[in-house]
Design a protein around this ligand. Sequence first.
Ligand SMILES: *Cc1c(COP(=O)(O)O)cnc(C)c1O
Length: 370
Amino acid sequence: MTVMASKFSLAVYPWVYLAQYDDSGSWNGDYHEQEHRTPKEEAAMSAAEHEQLLVRRNWIDGLPLVNYTTQYGYGCFEGLKAFPQPDGGLRIFRPEENAKRMHRSMKGLRMPAIPEDMFVDGVVGSVARNAALGFAPPYDPAWETDNFLTADSVYIRPFSYSEAGIGLNIPKHPYVVVVTTPVGSYFDPDSASKAVTTDKVRATPGGTGWIKCDANYVLPTMVKYEVMAQGYMEAIFLDAREQTYIEEGSSSNIFFLLANGTLVTPSLSDTILPGITRTSVMQLAADRGVPVEERRISIDEVMSDAVEAFVTGTAAGLSYLESITHKGTEKVLRNREIGELTRDMLVELKGIQYGAVEDRHGWMTDVPKL
Ligand SMILES: *Cc1c(COP(=O)(O)O)cnc(C)c1O
Protein backbone atom coordinates (compact mmCIF):
# COMPACT_ATOMS: atom_id res chain seq x y z
CA MET A 1 0.00 0.00 0.00
CA THR A 2 1.22 3.49 -0.78
CA VAL A 3 -0.19 6.47 1.01
CA MET A 4 0.21 9.96 -0.26
CA ALA A 5 2.51 12.15 1.74
CA SER A 6 0.92 15.02 3.54
CA LYS A 7 2.65 18.00 5.07
CA PHE A 8 -0.05 18.10 7.71
CA SER A 9 0.10 14.75 9.42
CA LEU A 10 -0.97 14.44 12.99
CA ALA A 11 1.36 13.03 15.64
CA VAL A 12 -1.09 10.27 16.60
CA TYR A 13 0.34 7.88 19.21
CA PRO A 14 0.82 4.21 18.19
CA TRP A 15 -1.91 2.45 20.17
CA VAL A 16 -5.42 2.97 18.80
CA TYR A 17 -8.60 1.51 20.26
CA LEU A 18 -11.22 0.26 17.82
CA ALA A 19 -14.65 -1.14 18.71
CA GLN A 20 -17.61 -2.12 16.55
CA TYR A 21 -21.24 -3.04 17.10
CA ASP A 22 -21.56 -6.48 15.51
CA ASP A 23 -24.38 -8.55 13.94
CA SER A 24 -25.21 -10.30 17.18
CA GLY A 25 -25.87 -6.97 18.85
CA SER A 26 -22.78 -6.66 20.98
CA TRP A 27 -19.82 -4.32 21.06
CA ASN A 28 -16.36 -5.76 20.52
CA GLY A 29 -13.28 -3.69 21.15
CA ASP A 30 -9.57 -4.21 20.64
CA TYR A 31 -6.31 -2.27 20.73
CA HIS A 32 -4.20 -1.90 17.59
CA GLU A 33 -0.49 -1.22 17.74
CA GLN A 34 0.32 0.98 14.79
CA GLU A 35 3.78 1.27 13.28
CA HIS A 36 6.28 3.04 15.51
CA ARG A 37 9.85 3.15 16.81
CA THR A 38 10.87 4.35 20.25
CA PRO A 39 10.07 8.03 20.94
CA LYS A 40 13.82 8.69 21.02
CA GLU A 41 14.41 7.03 17.65
CA GLU A 42 11.45 8.88 16.17
CA ALA A 43 12.86 12.18 17.42
CA ALA A 44 16.12 11.36 15.63
CA MET A 45 14.43 10.57 12.28
CA SER A 46 14.63 13.02 9.40
CA ALA A 47 11.57 15.25 9.13
CA ALA A 48 10.51 13.60 5.87
CA GLU A 49 10.88 10.09 7.26
CA HIS A 50 8.98 10.94 10.42
CA GLU A 51 6.27 12.58 8.36
CA GLN A 52 5.84 9.36 6.35
CA LEU A 53 5.65 7.31 9.53
CA LEU A 54 3.00 9.60 11.01
CA VAL A 55 0.95 9.42 7.82
CA ARG A 56 1.03 5.61 7.92
CA ARG A 57 0.18 5.61 11.61
CA ASN A 58 -2.94 7.74 11.14
CA TRP A 59 -4.44 5.08 8.92
CA ILE A 60 -6.13 1.85 9.91
CA ASP A 61 -6.52 -0.65 7.14
CA GLY A 62 -10.03 -2.07 7.02
CA LEU A 63 -12.10 0.98 7.84
CA PRO A 64 -14.39 1.89 4.93
CA LEU A 65 -13.61 5.00 2.89
CA VAL A 66 -17.16 5.65 1.65
CA ASN A 67 -19.68 5.66 4.46
CA TYR A 68 -22.32 7.80 6.21
CA THR A 69 -19.68 9.60 8.25
CA THR A 70 -17.36 10.58 5.40
CA GLN A 71 -20.25 11.45 3.05
CA TYR A 72 -22.79 13.17 5.34
CA GLY A 73 -20.97 13.91 8.59
CA TYR A 74 -23.15 11.30 10.31
CA GLY A 75 -21.16 10.76 13.44
CA CYS A 76 -20.20 12.17 16.80
CA PHE A 77 -17.07 12.57 18.87
CA GLU A 78 -15.58 13.41 22.23
CA GLY A 79 -12.52 15.25 23.45
CA LEU A 80 -10.79 14.77 26.77
CA LYS A 81 -7.31 14.99 28.23
CA ALA A 82 -4.80 13.04 30.30
CA PHE A 83 -2.48 15.15 32.46
CA PRO A 84 1.10 14.30 33.53
CA GLN A 85 1.39 14.15 37.34
CA PRO A 86 4.25 15.06 39.70
CA ASP A 87 4.63 11.34 40.60
CA GLY A 88 5.34 10.49 36.96
CA GLY A 89 1.89 9.02 36.28
CA LEU A 90 -1.01 10.31 34.21
CA ARG A 91 -4.57 11.13 35.23
CA ILE A 92 -7.61 11.71 33.04
CA PHE A 93 -10.18 14.44 33.75
CA ARG A 94 -13.74 13.07 34.22
CA PRO A 95 -13.76 10.36 31.51
CA GLU A 96 -17.03 8.91 32.81
CA GLU A 97 -18.73 12.22 31.92
CA ASN A 98 -17.44 11.98 28.35
CA ALA A 99 -18.67 8.37 28.28
CA LYS A 100 -22.16 9.53 29.23
CA ARG A 101 -22.12 12.28 26.62
CA MET A 102 -20.85 9.94 23.88
CA HIS A 103 -23.67 7.56 24.78
CA ARG A 104 -26.17 10.42 24.59
CA SER A 105 -24.75 11.61 21.26
CA MET A 106 -24.87 8.14 19.66
CA LYS A 107 -28.43 7.59 20.95
CA GLY A 108 -29.36 11.08 19.78
CA LEU A 109 -28.16 10.09 16.31
CA ARG A 110 -30.27 6.89 16.59
CA MET A 111 -27.18 4.67 16.45
CA PRO A 112 -26.29 1.78 18.74
CA ALA A 113 -24.38 3.47 21.58
CA ILE A 114 -21.13 2.23 23.08
CA PRO A 115 -21.56 1.17 26.73
CA GLU A 116 -20.08 3.75 29.10
CA ASP A 117 -17.70 1.37 30.88
CA MET A 118 -16.34 0.16 27.56
CA PHE A 119 -15.72 3.74 26.45
CA VAL A 120 -13.81 4.51 29.66
CA ASP A 121 -11.77 1.29 29.34
CA GLY A 122 -10.86 2.15 25.74
CA VAL A 123 -9.82 5.67 26.71
CA VAL A 124 -7.78 4.67 29.79
CA GLY A 125 -6.31 1.61 28.03
CA SER A 126 -5.14 3.61 25.00
CA VAL A 127 -3.37 6.20 27.15
CA ALA A 128 -1.81 3.49 29.36
CA ARG A 129 -0.50 1.47 26.39
CA ASN A 130 1.02 4.53 24.75
CA ALA A 131 2.58 5.70 28.01
CA ALA A 132 4.13 2.23 28.47
CA LEU A 133 5.94 2.78 25.14
CA GLY A 134 7.09 6.20 26.29
CA PHE A 135 4.49 8.11 24.27
CA ALA A 136 3.31 10.69 26.82
CA PRO A 137 4.65 14.11 27.76
CA PRO A 138 6.86 13.84 30.87
CA TYR A 139 5.91 15.96 33.88
CA ASP A 140 7.95 19.16 33.96
CA PRO A 141 8.32 20.94 37.35
CA ALA A 142 8.91 24.20 35.43
CA TRP A 143 5.15 24.16 34.66
CA GLU A 144 4.52 24.95 38.34
CA THR A 145 6.08 28.40 38.00
CA ASP A 146 3.26 29.63 35.76
CA ASN A 147 0.48 27.56 37.35
CA PHE A 148 0.46 25.05 34.44
CA LEU A 149 -0.72 27.67 31.98
CA THR A 150 1.79 26.39 29.42
CA ALA A 151 1.82 22.70 30.41
CA ASP A 152 1.50 19.78 27.97
CA SER A 153 -1.07 17.00 28.04
CA VAL A 154 -2.40 14.07 26.03
CA TYR A 155 -5.45 14.89 23.94
CA ILE A 156 -7.83 11.96 23.57
CA ARG A 157 -10.25 11.92 20.66
CA PRO A 158 -12.88 9.17 20.61
CA PHE A 159 -15.20 9.24 17.59
CA SER A 160 -17.86 7.20 15.87
CA TYR A 161 -17.34 6.07 12.27
CA SER A 162 -19.93 4.31 10.15
CA GLU A 163 -19.82 1.07 8.25
CA ALA A 164 -19.69 1.23 4.44
CA GLY A 165 -22.68 2.77 2.69
CA ILE A 166 -23.61 5.55 0.31
CA GLY A 167 -27.37 6.25 0.54
CA LEU A 168 -28.90 8.31 3.32
CA ASN A 169 -28.83 5.91 6.22
CA ILE A 170 -28.20 5.66 9.90
CA PRO A 171 -25.15 3.53 10.81
CA LYS A 172 -26.30 0.14 12.11
CA HIS A 173 -22.82 -1.19 12.85
CA PRO A 174 -20.88 1.86 13.93
CA TYR A 175 -17.26 1.79 14.97
CA VAL A 176 -15.88 3.77 17.87
CA VAL A 177 -12.24 4.72 17.45
CA VAL A 178 -10.03 6.25 20.15
CA VAL A 179 -6.88 8.09 19.09
CA THR A 180 -4.49 10.05 21.28
CA THR A 181 -2.02 12.79 20.46
CA PRO A 182 0.22 15.14 22.47
CA VAL A 183 -0.93 18.74 22.83
CA GLY A 184 0.64 21.88 24.18
CA SER A 185 -1.36 24.56 25.91
CA TYR A 186 -3.68 26.79 23.90
CA PHE A 187 -2.90 29.54 26.34
CA ASP A 188 -0.86 32.27 24.76
CA PRO A 189 -0.63 35.29 27.06
CA ASP A 190 0.26 37.58 24.16
CA SER A 191 -2.44 36.63 21.70
CA ALA A 192 -5.57 38.67 21.11
CA SER A 193 -8.55 37.40 23.03
CA LYS A 194 -11.22 39.60 21.57
CA ALA A 195 -14.63 38.11 20.89
CA VAL A 196 -17.30 39.32 18.48
CA THR A 197 -20.95 38.38 18.11
CA THR A 198 -22.05 36.86 14.84
CA ASP A 199 -25.46 36.76 13.18
CA LYS A 200 -24.69 33.30 11.77
CA VAL A 201 -26.54 30.49 13.55
CA ARG A 202 -24.71 27.55 15.17
CA ALA A 203 -27.72 25.53 16.30
CA THR A 204 -31.45 25.73 15.73
CA PRO A 205 -34.25 24.70 18.10
CA GLY A 206 -35.19 21.12 17.29
CA GLY A 207 -31.73 20.50 15.84
CA THR A 208 -28.57 18.75 16.97
CA GLY A 209 -26.81 21.52 18.92
CA TRP A 210 -27.12 19.58 22.20
CA ILE A 211 -25.02 16.63 21.03
CA LYS A 212 -21.37 16.58 20.02
CA CYS A 213 -22.04 15.56 16.44
CA ASP A 214 -19.76 16.16 13.46
CA ALA A 215 -22.33 18.14 11.50
CA ASN A 216 -22.44 20.93 14.11
CA TYR A 217 -18.92 22.13 13.41
CA VAL A 218 -18.98 23.25 9.80
CA LEU A 219 -20.60 26.62 10.37
CA PRO A 220 -18.72 27.55 13.57
CA THR A 221 -15.43 26.68 11.88
CA MET A 222 -16.23 28.95 8.94
CA VAL A 223 -17.32 31.77 11.24
CA LYS A 224 -14.34 31.38 13.56
CA TYR A 225 -11.95 31.72 10.62
CA GLU A 226 -13.83 34.73 9.30
CA VAL A 227 -13.61 36.55 12.63
CA MET A 228 -9.99 35.50 13.19
CA ALA A 229 -9.10 37.21 9.92
CA GLN A 230 -10.55 40.37 11.49
CA GLY A 231 -8.37 40.04 14.60
CA TYR A 232 -10.77 38.26 16.94
CA MET A 233 -10.10 35.02 18.80
CA GLU A 234 -13.67 33.84 19.15
CA ALA A 235 -17.16 34.27 17.72
CA ILE A 236 -20.15 34.45 20.05
CA PHE A 237 -23.31 32.85 18.74
CA LEU A 238 -26.73 34.23 19.64
CA ASP A 239 -30.04 32.35 19.67
CA ALA A 240 -31.47 31.43 16.27
CA ARG A 241 -34.97 32.91 16.71
CA GLU A 242 -34.39 36.32 18.24
CA GLN A 243 -30.63 36.93 17.87
CA THR A 244 -30.86 38.28 21.41
CA TYR A 245 -29.67 35.67 23.88
CA ILE A 246 -26.13 34.39 24.26
CA GLU A 247 -25.56 30.75 23.34
CA GLU A 248 -21.90 29.68 23.01
CA GLY A 249 -18.56 30.26 21.41
CA SER A 250 -17.61 28.30 18.27
CA SER A 251 -16.77 25.16 20.27
CA SER A 252 -16.82 26.33 23.85
CA ASN A 253 -19.30 27.38 26.52
CA ILE A 254 -19.30 30.94 27.81
CA PHE A 255 -19.42 32.62 31.22
CA PHE A 256 -19.87 36.22 32.35
CA LEU A 257 -19.08 37.75 35.71
CA LEU A 258 -21.55 40.58 36.25
CA ALA A 259 -20.88 43.80 38.17
CA ASN A 260 -23.10 42.49 41.00
CA GLY A 261 -20.68 39.56 41.55
CA THR A 262 -22.83 36.83 39.96
CA LEU A 263 -21.31 34.38 37.51
CA VAL A 264 -23.78 33.64 34.70
CA THR A 265 -23.72 31.03 31.95
CA PRO A 266 -26.55 30.35 29.48
CA SER A 267 -28.88 27.59 30.68
CA LEU A 268 -28.81 24.33 28.75
CA SER A 269 -31.31 23.80 25.94
CA ASP A 270 -31.32 21.77 22.76
CA THR A 271 -29.07 24.39 21.15
CA ILE A 272 -26.29 24.33 23.75
CA LEU A 273 -23.64 21.66 24.24
CA PRO A 274 -23.38 20.61 27.89
CA GLY A 275 -19.65 21.05 28.43
CA ILE A 276 -17.90 19.10 31.14
CA THR A 277 -15.56 22.04 31.78
CA ARG A 278 -18.72 24.18 32.11
CA THR A 279 -20.20 22.00 34.89
CA SER A 280 -16.81 21.77 36.61
CA VAL A 281 -16.29 25.54 36.58
CA MET A 282 -19.80 26.09 37.96
CA GLN A 283 -18.90 23.71 40.80
CA LEU A 284 -15.57 25.43 41.52
CA ALA A 285 -17.23 28.86 41.57
CA ALA A 286 -19.97 27.64 43.91
CA ASP A 287 -17.26 26.11 46.17
CA ARG A 288 -15.77 29.56 46.66
CA GLY A 289 -19.14 31.06 47.49
CA VAL A 290 -19.58 32.85 44.15
CA PRO A 291 -23.29 33.01 43.22
CA VAL A 292 -23.71 31.04 39.97
CA GLU A 293 -26.72 31.34 37.69
CA GLU A 294 -27.67 29.24 34.67
CA ARG A 295 -30.20 31.32 32.81
CA ARG A 296 -30.94 33.13 29.59
CA ILE A 297 -28.68 36.15 29.28
CA SER A 298 -29.08 38.72 26.53
CA ILE A 299 -26.25 40.38 24.65
CA ASP A 300 -27.60 43.74 25.88
CA GLU A 301 -27.20 42.63 29.51
CA VAL A 302 -23.65 41.48 28.77
CA MET A 303 -22.77 44.76 27.05
CA SER A 304 -24.03 46.74 30.03
CA ASP A 305 -23.25 44.56 33.08
CA ALA A 306 -20.39 42.12 32.38
CA VAL A 307 -17.04 42.80 34.05
CA GLU A 308 -15.26 39.54 33.12
CA ALA A 309 -15.95 36.91 30.48
CA PHE A 310 -14.37 33.59 29.58
CA VAL A 311 -14.99 30.55 27.40
CA THR A 312 -14.56 26.95 28.54
CA GLY A 313 -13.84 23.64 26.83
CA THR A 314 -11.38 20.76 26.95
CA ALA A 315 -9.26 22.12 24.10
CA ALA A 316 -9.26 25.79 25.17
CA GLY A 317 -9.36 25.06 28.89
CA LEU A 318 -10.57 28.35 30.27
CA SER A 319 -9.75 31.40 28.13
CA TYR A 320 -10.56 34.93 29.16
CA LEU A 321 -12.04 37.45 26.76
CA GLU A 322 -10.46 40.90 26.80
CA SER A 323 -13.41 42.46 25.01
CA ILE A 324 -16.72 41.73 23.35
CA THR A 325 -17.76 43.51 20.18
CA HIS A 326 -21.41 43.68 19.21
CA LYS A 327 -22.81 45.66 16.26
CA GLY A 328 -19.63 47.70 16.00
CA THR A 329 -19.30 48.59 19.71
CA GLU A 330 -16.40 47.11 21.64
CA LYS A 331 -16.88 46.54 25.37
CA VAL A 332 -13.47 46.24 27.03
CA LEU A 333 -13.29 44.02 30.12
CA ARG A 334 -10.86 44.57 33.04
CA ASN A 335 -8.56 46.76 30.95
CA ARG A 336 -7.94 43.79 28.60
CA GLU A 337 -6.24 41.82 31.40
CA ILE A 338 -7.41 38.51 32.81
CA GLY A 339 -9.88 39.19 35.66
CA GLU A 340 -9.28 38.01 39.20
CA LEU A 341 -12.10 35.46 39.35
CA THR A 342 -11.28 34.15 35.86
CA ARG A 343 -7.64 33.73 36.84
CA ASP A 344 -8.50 32.02 40.15
CA MET A 345 -10.80 29.55 38.37
CA LEU A 346 -8.18 28.86 35.70
CA VAL A 347 -5.42 28.26 38.24
CA GLU A 348 -7.62 26.02 40.37
CA LEU A 349 -8.84 23.92 37.43
CA LYS A 350 -5.31 23.45 36.08
CA GLY A 351 -4.06 22.72 39.60
CA ILE A 352 -6.57 19.91 40.04
CA GLN A 353 -5.73 18.52 36.60
CA TYR A 354 -1.94 18.56 37.11
CA GLY A 355 -2.08 17.26 40.69
CA ALA A 356 -1.10 20.49 42.48
CA VAL A 357 -4.52 21.10 44.04
CA GLU A 358 -6.47 18.45 45.95
CA ASP A 359 -8.99 16.62 43.76
CA ARG A 360 -11.79 17.17 46.27
CA HIS A 361 -14.59 16.19 43.87
CA GLY A 362 -12.99 12.96 42.68
CA TRP A 363 -12.71 14.16 39.09
CA MET A 364 -9.39 12.52 38.20
CA THR A 365 -9.01 8.92 36.99
CA ASP A 366 -5.63 7.23 37.37
CA VAL A 367 -4.04 5.70 34.31
CA PRO A 368 -2.52 2.39 35.45
CA LYS A 369 1.18 1.79 34.80
CA LEU A 370 1.45 -1.19 32.46
C1 LIG B 1 -16.94 20.18 23.15
C2 LIG B 1 -17.72 21.45 23.18
C3 LIG B 1 -17.76 22.28 24.31
C4 LIG B 1 -16.93 22.04 25.53
O1 LIG B 1 -17.20 20.84 26.17
P1 LIG B 1 -16.14 20.24 27.21
O2 LIG B 1 -16.79 19.01 27.69
O3 LIG B 1 -15.97 21.25 28.27
O4 LIG B 1 -14.88 19.99 26.46
C5 LIG B 1 -18.60 23.40 24.27
N1 LIG B 1 -19.33 23.70 23.17
C6 LIG B 1 -19.30 22.95 22.07
C7 LIG B 1 -20.13 23.33 20.90
C8 LIG B 1 -18.48 21.80 22.05
O5 LIG B 1 -18.43 21.06 20.94
